[in-house]
Design a protein around this ligand. Structure first.
Ligand code: MEV
Length: 304
């Protein structure tokens, strides 16, 4: 008999992406777009993953496919007995910085063991992420499992951050996708070539993230917007921005956004823009649309 569908949030990193891989904290919020999965026990044969939109079923005993290996990794990490048919789907665009793969991993882990805590579910979903990303910090799976707003530090887990006022975020897609793995590798190469420059940028990002946490807790969205803009400048200095990202950030600021930056791995993908109210949100989405960029007003999740 099928269990109910389990949900996992998508995510928007407010500040701290990339630096978080090297131990700098990051702030992220869960969004209601995300992933769903459900597990139905099977009488015999291997566990099977049916991913919506993928023409083939993935068998857990298939050694060839990355996705099958990831699926097996989550099954093993979850310690479940027996075999399952797991169905999963997502309404997040892949390769866009909104945590599509992490949300799928979290939804799978949650479907297999719905009673597990968010922290444990996130840890199990890391088995799925590692197959794709090589060196994930864990921020994506943490916020996907916990929802709400979190302050995440690699190796230390996450703390919930209570926002004094709801955060209104417009998310827009540059129209190009990027690979998190290769963007993380690009930063690693830059760090080898210019260690001091990268270390100084990460130090600056650390200060921005800490101040941003205080701003969120105080409900100071203006300060938060400025800190996001500063983070964008530093990310751009690490060669993670693109012309489209800069253009979208500029368009958002021109019509009154409080701040705008790339979110996630950069090199394409999505831009997140903080706005004060729904009127400004509409203006931002309209400006992006006029320029040929799709966007939506993110609904942030309230957290588990
Ligand atoms: C990707 O959403 C966030 C990065 O910081 C990578 C990671 O934390 O694993 C770029």
């Amino acid at each position: 008999q099928s269990r109910p569908w389990s949900h996992a949030s998508g995510k928007v990193i407010l500040l701290g992406e990339h630096a978080v891989v090297y131990g700098v904290p990051a702030l992220a919020v869960g969004i209601s777009r995300g992933a769903l999965a459900r597990a139905t026990p099977r009488d015999e044969g291997p566990s099977i993953l049916r991913l919506d939109g993928l023409p083939v079923e993935l068998r857990a005993d298939d050694e060839e496919r990355d996705l099958s290996r990831s699926f097996r990794a989550v099954l093993e990490a979850s310690g479940v007995q027996g075999s399952f048919l797991v169905e999963a789907r997502t309404d997040l665009p892949p390769g866009a910085g909104l945590g599509c793969s992490a949300a799928l991993g979290v939804a799978l882990a949650r479907a297999l063991d719905p009673g597990a805590t968010a922290a444990l579910t996130a840890e199990r979903a890391m088995a799925w992420e590692r197959v794709f990303h090589g060196n994930p910090s864990g921020v994506d799976t943490a916020v996907s499992a916990e929802g709400g707003c979190i302050y995440f530090e690699r190796g230390r887990g996450f703390e919930r951050v209570e926002s004094a006022t709801p955060l209104l975020l417009c998310v827009g897609h540059t129209g190009t996708i990027s690979s998190t793995k290769s963007m993380v590798e690009a930063v690693a190469r830059l760090r080898e070539r210019r260690p001091e420059m990268v270390a100084k940028s990460f130090d600056a990002i650390r200060s921005l993230v800490r101040n941003a946490r205080l701003a969120i807790e105080a409900g100071d969205v203006r300060a938060l917007g400025q800190l996001m803009d500063l983070n964008q400048m530093l990310l751009s200095g690490l060669f993670l921005s693109t012309q489209e990202i800069e253009r979208m950030c500029g368009l958002a600021r021109d019509v009154g956004a409080l701040g705008a930056k790339l979110t996630g791995a950069g090199g394409g993908g999505c831009v997140a823009s903080l706005v004060e109210n729904r009127d400004v949100a509409e203006r931002v989405l309209h400006a992006w649309k006029e320029a040929g960029f799709e966007g939506f007003l993110a609904e942030t999740t309230s957290g588990s």
